[in-house]
Design a protein around this ligand. Structure first.
Ligand code: PLP
Length: 223
């Protein structure tokens, strides 16, 4: 962060524009989510000054520390993009505008019970890695139906995180699969693509790319 953010943002914008041009999409179809995990509230304020409005954080407790300084920024929206344990759902529902990582009916019902309107996405687990959170594709329909029956939840998209690889092309089959699932179930938004593979994600239909490193630099603590 610091002096580099505006240059980094210009570079990321160029990459998004070029990817959109390559596949005939409009820039407005893709939202840039600035991922600020591990960076201080100042990083959010600086990004806001540069025009960014959508921010992603991974941990409820970490964002709780920053929230007093940024929560009231006019037009800013905060997305939880890290795994949410249901015992933290109340606090998460108070702090965030969007929970991108709903992956169980239990969590959906807990969020619905907070009795305030909340935008949610479903995190879909597309790789067999044991540790990965997310709803299995085979359970997606049931979870979508559960969420659609929740009066306070508005389902706006699917989100996924492919296994990490230096080679962005390796993410493509996962992004494509997520788009197919969204189309099949009539879900609009696709939150997919990060610093190293955002072009591939945009080519595969991403409506939101989640970018940390390419904007703010490398994190000291890797997630
Ligand atoms: C950290 C993180 C990102 C951003 O990753 P970068 O490689 O730094 O762009 C995106 N999505 C999720 C879920 C993350 O945890």
């Amino acid at each position: 962060m610091g002096a580099g953010l505006s240059e980094n943002l210009a570079e990321v914008e160029q990459r998004i524009l070029a990817a959109c041009a390559r596949c005939g999409r409009r820039r407005e179809e893709v939202t840039l989510l600035a991922v600020t995990k591990t960076f201080p509230a100042e990083a959010i304020l600086e990004a806001y000054e540069l025009g960014l409005r959508e921010f992603g954080e991974n941990y409820v407790q970490e964002f709780e520390q920053k929230a007093p300084r940024v929560r009231a920024l006019d037009g800013a929206r905060f997305h939880l993009i890290g795994h949410l344990q249901s015992n933290k759902s109340r606090r998460a529902g108070e702090l965030f505008d969007v929970i991108q990582t709903v992956d169980s009916a239990k969590l959906a019902r807990r969020l619905d019970a907070l009795a305030r309107p909340l935008e949610v996405m479903i995190e879909v687990k597309l790789s067999p890695e044991e540790a990965k959170a997310g709803c299995a594709p085979g359970e997606l329909l049931e979870l979508i139906e559960t969420i659609r029956a929740c009066a306070n939840l508005r389902l706006t998209g699917l989100m996924t995180m492919p296994p990490w690889s230096e080679d962005a092309e390796r993410s493509r089959p996962y992004f494509r699969r997520l788009r197919e699932l969204a189309e099949r179930h009539g879900v609009r938004g696709l939150s997919m693509g990060m610093s190293h593979d955002l072009e591939v994600a945009i080519e595969e239909g991403a409506t939101m790319v989640r970018v940390g490193t390419a904007l703010f630099g490398r994190r000291k603590r890797q997630e």
